[in-house]
Design a protein around this ligand. Structure first.
Ligand code: SF4
Length: 363
């Protein structure tokens, strides 16, 4: 089986989470509540952490938000990242208030001296800085030089800021180069990964609503990860942020970079299918989220061809007109009433869990 060889980067510590080095790719998302709304924000932080988010970013646009940060950082089950634009003072205060990392766009934070002031404080508090360059806010000089917001302009912009940080010996750095164009994103990350050792935060910005964003994110983030590039990811979606975490897990699992639940295989359905397979697959997907077994599980739409078409599955169910079958490693092991098919799958999964001799959590 093919594996990805990951590019090794200089690790940075974000609270208890390491980004880079040989560590697994870290999943991030961002809350979309008003940060100053303590209850709503904490509820969403907990929801995201429960879904598997390992670092959570919060917008810090004003004094109310920066004050809220202190309470939220104490209560959060995972490290929090403060996202700051335009006001270096808020970044300084966010670090004082428990931000495990700050994300700035150095192009709008107030100039070279402000960047240096932030880095000195970050060094003192051992807080990493994400240098988040964005195609939408590149320096005019670079846009003119490179003929627009392309990969070369993004990289040159980032290199300029990195140079400032390196001159004062600051190395707690994560870099992102975001554009809404997938090809620009790919090229920019590939270029910078050849030039700098810093961990890379991958994302395609402004990717769009759920369906479009999932595809753009999967192509952009997935292509880079497949090349061994990338240390932490955020799948930007105009949707509930838990969807971003689900998508990130799916990307990592599809590339064999992590495993969160059994891999679900399902048939595309055809004229032989006699049940509402879409509903059945959705229920099976929810069921599988409770298991961390290293298995492939198939859900197929007919009892005649299903098991054959899912030969590579370890376990599977196929739905017929009146009854369904449960199969294991290509052989039918049980025939059950259609209504009982999901329960039968659950029983098989529990049996596998017992057979592996440990709970799902320990995989
Ligand atoms: S498993 Fe059956 S229903 Fe599904 S695509 Fe194949 S033949 Fe059609």
């Amino acid at each position: 089986m093919e594996n990805i060889t990951r590019r090794e980067t200089s690790p940075v510590q974000v609270g208890g989470v390491t980004i880079g080095g040989n560590m697994p790719v870290v999943i991030q998302s961002m809350t979309n509540t008003k940060t100053a709304d303590l209850q709503a924000t904490l509820d969403q932080i907990k929801q995201l952490a429960e879904a598997g988010c390992e670092l959570i970013r919060l917008a810090v646009p004003d004094d109310e938000a920066v004050q809220a940060f202190s309470y939220l950082a104490r209560k959060s089950p995972v490290p929090l990242v403060a996202d700051i634009h335009f006001d270096a003072r808020l970044a300084l205060e966010a670090m004082e208030n428990g931000a495990a990392k700050i994300r700035i766009n150095p192009g709008n934070i107030g100039g070279r001296d402000k960047l240096i002031e932030l880095a000195r404080k970050a060094e003192q508090l051992k807080v990493p800085i994400r240098v988040g360059v964005n195609a939408g806010s590149l320096e005019k000089r670079l846009l003119d030089k490179h003929g627009g917001a392309n990969a070369a302009a993004l990289v040159e912009s980032a290199l300029g800021y990195l140079d400032v940080l390196e001159q004062i010996g600051f190395s707690r750095i994560v870099v992102s180069l975001k554009a809404s164009n997938v090809l620009t994103t790919l090229k920019a990350y590939r270029l910078i990964s050849e030039q700098k050792p810093y961990p890379l935060h991958l994302g395609v910005t402004g990717a769009g609503p759920l369906r479009t964003g999932l595809i753009k994110g999967a192509i952009g983030i997935g292509s880079l990860l497949a090349d061994g590039i990338g240390d932490t990811i955020r799948v930007s979606l105009t949707a509930h942020p838990v969807e971003e975490v689900r998508a990130a897990k799916q990307i990592l699992q599809s590339l064999g970079l992590n495993r969160y639940s059994p891999e679900l295989i399902s048939c595309p359905t055809c004229g032989r299918c006699a049940v509402d397979l879409v509903a059945l697959v959705n229920e099976a997907e929810a069921l599988l989220e409770n298991y961390r077994l290293p298995l492939k599980v198939a859900v197929m739409g007919c009892v005649v061809n299903g098991p054959g078409e899912a030969k590579e599955a370890d376990l599977g169910i196929s739905a017929g007109k009146k009854h369904g079958i449960v199969f294991s490693h290509g052989k039918v092991v049980r025939t059950v009433d259609l209504d009982y098919l999901l329960d039968a799958l659950k029983e098989e999964l529990d049996r596998e869990t017992a057979r592996h001799g440990r709970t799902g959590e320990e995989f």
